[in-house]
Design a protein around this ligand. Structure first.
Ligand code: UDP
Ligand code: MG
Length: 322
């Protein structure tokens, strides 16, 4: 008798931060999916990113009820990207054949996962779920669009504007990911950077099932800046060009004023306004330049410190009394 070939293991990596309101619904939808697809060994790795509500306890209780669910608990709130990295590393070390990355709030509907798996089975190593429609409206929507447009122009590698975190990566892509040592992580960017055969699966992005968005607008701006500065040196190049331009102008003006004097013209005492305007303008440009340099320097500093980008609470000692 042949031993049955083991089913491929699919791990879902889901960062969770204060998601008390959506977790029961998430567990229900995922369990329903797992129960109806028997061609895979399912695992859901929920990474609690230092939630201040009882999210971690809810996940732990679910993992006791249903061992297909697992809790990875970070020691504090490290942010979405770090939580995602923690989950990916855990999946890598526990031997997942493929990993699906998704949000906890059901904006990425679990029902799309079989289509991602189908694309993976036909040979794609990276599968991006691309939004046919978006749920964001108003200012948030405008900000997203603006970011993706500028980012598309700035980035040294093209990044698809219709896909976010939601998607699947196979074992090889995951291994490639684990080799990336950097701390400032922008998942969609790195996923584009690693290459591999890539497929797109369109889906309709949903509204949040419950609760409030946990990513504040400030965080999203920081995240966007991370994306730009980690994937582009264009801001530095723009500075160089601006510097050359201003220097040429200054040089030309210098020659002009010297010739003006040599040819016997008097310098007038007027011109305070233009002088003041010039000084403040050049000063402003220089400050912006220093700011941009600082953005890069700060990132270099972060990387050089070699601090881990997250810390995991050891599971064994999670709730044990001393
Ligand atoms: N999240 C996280 N850490 C944070 C903030 C958010 O792990 O510090 C998780 C959150 O629980 C959710 C996902 O990241 O699963 C996306 O967050 P959210 O829905 O608030 O952001 P948006 O959909 O607006 O991008
Ligand atoms: Mg969301």
């Amino acid at each position: 008798m042949h031993a049955p070939t083991p089913l491929p293991t699919l791990a879902l990596v889901i960062p969770v931060f204060n998601e008390h309101a959506v977790l029961p619904e998430l567990f229900r939808r995922l369990a329903a999916l797992f129960d109806t697809h028997h061609d895979l060994t399912w695992r859901a790795i929920l990474v609690d990113d230092g939630s201040r509500d009882d999210s971690a306890a809810l996940v732990l209780a679910q993992s006791v009820r249903d061992p297909r669910f697992e809790l990875v608990e970070l020691s504090r709130n490290f942010g979405f990207q770090a939580a995602l990295s923690a989950g990916l590393t855990h999946a890598h070390h526990t031997g997942a054949d493929a990993v699906v990355t998704m949000d906890a709030d059901l904006q990425d509907p679990p029902e799309v996962i079989p289509a991602l798996v189908a694309a993976w089975r036909t040979g794609a190593e990276v599968v991006r779920a691309t939004r046919r429609t978006r749920a964001e409206t108003g200012l948030r929507r405008l900000a997203f669009d603006l970011f993706h447009q500028t980012f598309g122009r700035l980035s040294d590698i093209p990044i698809d504007s219709n896909s976010g975190t939601f998607g699947l990566i196979g074992r090889d892509a995951l291994a490639a990911f684990e080799q990336l040592p950097e701390r400032h992580r922008f998942f969609p960017g790195l996923r584009a950077w690693i290459g591999f055969t890539t497929a797109d699966v369109p889906y309709d992005r949903q509204e949040r099932a419950a609760g409030q968005p946990q990513q504040t607008f400030r965080r999203l701006v920081r995240y966007a800046l991370d994306g730009v500065f980690s994937f582009s040196r264009l801001p530095l190049r723009v500075l160089t060009y601006a510097g050359i331009f201003v220097a040429c102008l200054g040089f030309a003006a210098g020659i002009f004023f010297v010739l003006w004097r040599i040819l016997g013209n008097e310098t007038s005492q007027q011109g305070f306004t233009s002088l003041a305007a010039l000084i403040t303008f050049i000063g402003g440009v220089q400050l912006i330049g220093i700011g941009v340099l600082g953005e890069y320097l700060g990132r270099v500093y972060e990387e050089v410190k070699q601090r881990p980008h997250y810390l995991v609470k050891p599971a064994a000692r999670r709730h044990a009394p001393r």
